[in-house]
Design a protein around this ligand. Structure first.
Ligand code: ZN
Length: 150
């Protein structure tokens, strides 16, 4: 069993205490709600698009430290990115938190989001870490129903 300190990195704790972009986005043209019944995490992701560009992205909700920190850092990472870049980053992030590597055997380069690699040691927390991303995907696809990780 991995040490819990591997999971709760300082930067994760810091983001969970003071999440960035934590507000309702008034001019949002996409939004979705996500729910992780395993843990009770629930959040709403708001996106304002400009063409193919994520002009602004925010979230609100309640949940555990991992889900909040993940949502917070996701909004930071994706502001100003295209939807294609967001999709690629989500795929890399998902591989990292599930402990997969890229085809050449090297861990993917996620920048700051790499702090979530410890989550791969805690399978029940993977859904906490990916909830915001799944919710964002639903928002971008324009689905109005809420998503669940189950
Ligand atoms: Zn959680």
């Amino acid at each position: 069993m991995a040490d819990l300190r591997d999971l709760y990195q300082e930067v994760i704790l810091e983001h969970s205490k003071a999440p960035r972009n934590y507000r309702e986005l008034k001019g949002a043209d996409h939004r979705a709600e996500g729910f992780n019944p395993l843990c009770g995490d629930r959040l709403t992701v708001y996106v304002q698009m400009q063409g193919d560009l994520i002009r602004d992205i925010t979230f609100q909700g309640s949940g555990c430290a991992i889900s909040r920190a993940s949502a917070s850092m996701m909004t930071q990472s994706l502001k100003g990115k295209t939807t294609d870049q967001a999709r690629t980053l989500f795929e890399d992030f998902r591989q990292t938190v599930t402990g997969q590597t890229t085809g050449n055997g090297n861990p993917v380069d996620l920048g700051k989001l790499a702090v979530f690699s410890g989550v791969s040691q805690f399978p029940t927390r993977v859904k906490c870490a990916t909830l915001a991303w799944h919710t964002l995907q639903a928002a971008l696809e324009g689905k109005q129903e809420s998503v669940s990780t189950e």
